[in-house]
Design a protein around this ligand. Structure first.
Ligand SMILES: *[C@@H]1O[C@H](CO)[C@@H](O)[C@H](O)[C@H]1NC(C)=O
Ligand SMILES: *[C@@H]1O[C@H](CO)[C@@H](O)[C@H](O)[C@H]1NC(C)=O
Ligand SMILES: *[C@@H]1O[C@H](CO)[C@@H](O)[C@H](O)[C@H]1NC(C)=O
Ligand SMILES: *[C@@H]1O[C@H](CO)[C@@H](O)[C@H](O)[C@H]1NC(C)=O
Ligand SMILES: [Cu+2]
Length: 691
């Protein structure tokens, strides 16, 4: 009895000790432990075994959080600490809300059984269990033997099956996934060596193989030339090696982290961690030195996170048609984030945050160094001017562009996504996603592109190595960005550049352009296809109740940062129905605390009936409301040989840029120090460069 009691006391102390807990802090290890105990003790879900598929913060209602964050001073309300849980038991998905405000008396506030389509995120543990099955499956053993492969070299991975029609009662549908296998052998890059043609189907609830196919046999691509580990890649190119980078901050870091709150220059924001979304940025606000209040904190973003990453492959053949991944909903971005490597993933001046999530058994799992925060200076200029107009005098003013980056890396199987939030003293927030990692490749008999051409077939990809086709695919990274520009009452304005013909004028000019402003009334007006080839427009979130001293409505605009592909799949194609939102890069919806996941709460085997596209079809009013921006960064990925065996980073993103938000350029008053040239910060032997 004693050890148990002590453990309970320790948990209570840990929760009580966190009296400084911010209402948006992710659930701590101690809180996750209390959630687990409360769910297992609840008579509402008696069936066993019970597995935890999602445990996350059920954040307090937005008005309460806003008054906590901006209400000021000692009158901060004490807000409840609650968890939202999705658990599987008895073949059903259970939703529970658990209050853990008092660790010694947690209470289950609500319970519901999910009756609609779709299943929760796959746990890591069940994926490990599933990939252990094939080597014990006699037909698979035979397939491996027939290909002359040693079973000890075989590794498998779990692939969600998607949804391809059929309308049986959703609750009766089996929770299945496919297992595909690869050959490691002499390489770490087993994804480059598929056992093409072999597909296993695993029932995840029964943890048994329920389907097996060995349809076609292609040679397993060779291991040579596929490894990416240092020492396995052959000699480096000749020529001078790039010097190792250095970061020197003689006065130390410029930012402060207090719990999960980061303060830097004119910015303040909260960094959270979620097993599905990964990094969550909340309550981002800028201190405005020019504001009437003098240094007032002005809200910009209430909550922002990656809501979904949709990756459909473009080969309709039996082994590939279903590969239409929803990485956040099916796999979990936080679950597949791994410790960042200091000096490589993040520079030497970075600080790190850990993340805790629930394992399948509900026990907390610590993820070390999940998120890094660092100041970046890459030699760029924030603003400058040289004035040569004065006789005998040259005025030059220049400020270095130092920004603050919050980074996470998600390695969902073969791919790696580097997800950056960059805060700039100009008031901008830049969001960047960089793709790297290993391509998903298909085994083939082809060894040269001429053979493909002679056969006159669509290879559905690029031959990147002998017997290896890198299949065409897309990446759609959808951000949920709840902008609150100087408050929650915002409108979405399209400011369109409009050409005007002017022939009867006083001068010889015949045309010019001007800007027409159009306020979006409903969700239909809030949809923008950036690739539609219409006239260029600025997309601005404004607060129509707040004006600058000049009388302009304060705003933030959305600046696409390249990568604006939209899905070209047919509207009635099943993967497209599940991710229908990918036809428009920009959508605006009214805020609803429950509408977080673009692909729906239950993404695995979802049918698209509960996602962003379905919600915005209600065409609700969005003018003068609390509204949310959904922005999809899209890339059609045609692989090239340089993407093999590991892909150099390819980036896209967007910028949220102040637009009549400040009275003038806020950089004038930021406290950024130019590098001192009397004391060089880096040791550079320039004489050596000519040798
Ligand atoms: C927490 O719950 C315990 C057990 O019910 C109770 O004795 C205690 O007063 C509660 N603490 C608070 C702060 O409500
Ligand atoms: C939102 O702002 C508009 C413009 O200032 C105003 O007319 C409207 O009443 C506001 N709505 C709410 C709910 O405050
Ligand atoms: C909020 O979203 C949920 C989930 O989509 C929906 O059931 C609910 O009706 C929405 N609430 C409002 C007020 O629209
Ligand atoms: C630069 O070189 C000087 C002289 O060799 C040395 O004292 C100093 O520590 C070096 N500074 C850095 C940042 O490496
Ligand atoms: Cu790709």
């Amino acid at each position: 009895m004693l050890p148990l009691l002590l453990a309970a006391l320790a948990v209570a102390a840990a929760v009580a000790g966190a009296s400084r807990t911010h209402p948006l802090d992710p659930l701590s290890a101690a809180e996750l432990t209390v959630v687990r105990a409360a769910v297992l003790a609840s008579p509402l879900v008696p069936a066993r075994p019970l597995t935890f598929h999602y445990v996350g913060l059920d954040e307090p209602d937005k008005p309460d959080v806003l008054s906590y964050a901006y209400g000021g001073g000692a009158s901060r309300p004490v807000l409840p600490r609650r968890a939202f849980v999705i658990a599987r038991a008895g073949g059903e998905s259970h939703e529970l809300r658990v209050d853990v405000s008092n660790a010694s008396a947690p209470s289950v506030l609500s319970h519901a059984v999910h009756r609609g389509a779709g299943f929760p995120t796959l746990t890591l543990e069940e994926q490990f269990a599933a990939v252990a099955l094939p080597p014990k499956h006699p037909p698979f053993v035979e397939s491996v033997r027939r290909r002359g492969v040693d079973m000890n070299d075989v590794l498998c991975a779990v692939f969600p099956v998607g949804w391809f029609g059929g309308e049986p009662p959703q609750a009766r549908r089996r929770r299945v996934a496919k297992a595909l296998c690869f050959v490691a052998g002499a390489t770490a890059n087993f994804y480059a060596r598929p056992l093409e043609g072999v597909t296993l189907v695993v029932d995840l609830d029964r943890m048994a193989i329920v389907g097996y196919r060995d349809r076609v046999t292609y040679p397993v691509p060779k291991a040579e030339g596929t490894d990416y580990r240092a020492g396995k890649v052959g000699p480096p190119y000749t020529g001078p090696a790039p010097a190792a980078g250095v970061v020197v901050q003689p006065d130390g870091r410029g930012f402060h982290i207090d719990g999960h709150v980061v303060r830097w220059a004119n910015w303040e924001f909260h960094v959270g961690f979620d097993m599905r979304a990964g990094t969550v940025i909340s309550l981002a606000s800028v201190h405005d030195a020019d504001a009437d209040a003098g240094g007032a904190r002005r809200p910009v973003l209430y909550r922002g996170f990656v809501s979904e990453i949709f990756v459909p492959y473009m080969d309709p053949v039996e082994e590939w048609y279903y590969r239409t991944f929803l990485d956040a909903g099916e796999y979990g971005l936080g679950l597949w984030a791994f410790p960042l490597q200091p000096g490589g993933d993040c520079p030497a001046n970075a600080a790190y945050l850990d993340g805790y999530y629930s394992g399948q058994d509900g026990n907390p799992v610590e993820g070390k160094n999940m998120i890094c925060v660092f100041e970046r200076y890459s030699g760029d200029v924030a603003w400058r001017h040289t004035e040569a107009g004065f006789p005998n005098q040259l005025i030059t003013e220049v400020r270095p562009d130092v920004s603050l980056v919050v980074r996470m890396v998600v390695s969902a199987g073969n791919y790696d996504y580097i997800l950056d939030w960059e805060f700039k003293t100009s008031g901008s927030i830049k969001l960047t996603v960089s793709l790297t990692g290993l391509l998903e490749v298909k085994g083939t008999a082809y060894t040269h592109a001429d053979q493909v051409e002679q056969d006159g077939v669509d290879a559905h990809g690029t031959l990147v190595a002998e017997n290896t086709i890198a299949v065409y695919h897309d990446h759609y990274i959808t951000y949920h960005l709840d902008l609150d520009v100087d408050g929650t009452n915002n409108s979405f304005v399209k400011s369109t550049v409009t050409a005007v013909r002017d022939t009867g004028g006083e001068t010889a000019r015949r045309s010019y352009w001007t800007v027409r402003h159009e306020v979006a009334e409903t969700e239909a007006d809030g949809q923008v296809d950036l690739g539609a080839g219409g006239p260029p427009a600025d997309l601005v979130f404004v607060n129509q109740g707040k004006k600058t001293r000049m009388g302009n409505e304060v705003g933030y605009r959305v600046v696409p940062g390249g990568a604006t592909a939209a899905s070209v799949l047919a509207d009635d194609d099943f993967p497209q129905r599940r991710a229908a939102y990918c036809k428009m890069q920009v959508r605006v919806t009214p805020y609803n605390k429950s509408q977080k996941w673009a692909s729906g709460l239950y993404a695995d085997q979802s049918t698209g009936d509960d996602g962003l596209a379905a919600w915005s079809e209600r065409n609700r009013a969005i003018r003068g409301e609390d509204i949310v921006l959904w922005y999809t960064v899209g890339l059609h990925h045609v692989p090239y040989q340089e993407d093999f065996p590991v892909m150099p980073t390819l980036s896209g993103g967007l910028e949220l840029r102040p637009s009549n938000f400040f009275e003038r350029n806020p950089l004038m008053r930021t406290n950024s120090k130019p590098a001192r040239h009397d004391q060089p910060l880096v040791n550079c032997s320039c004489a050596g460069a000519s040798s």
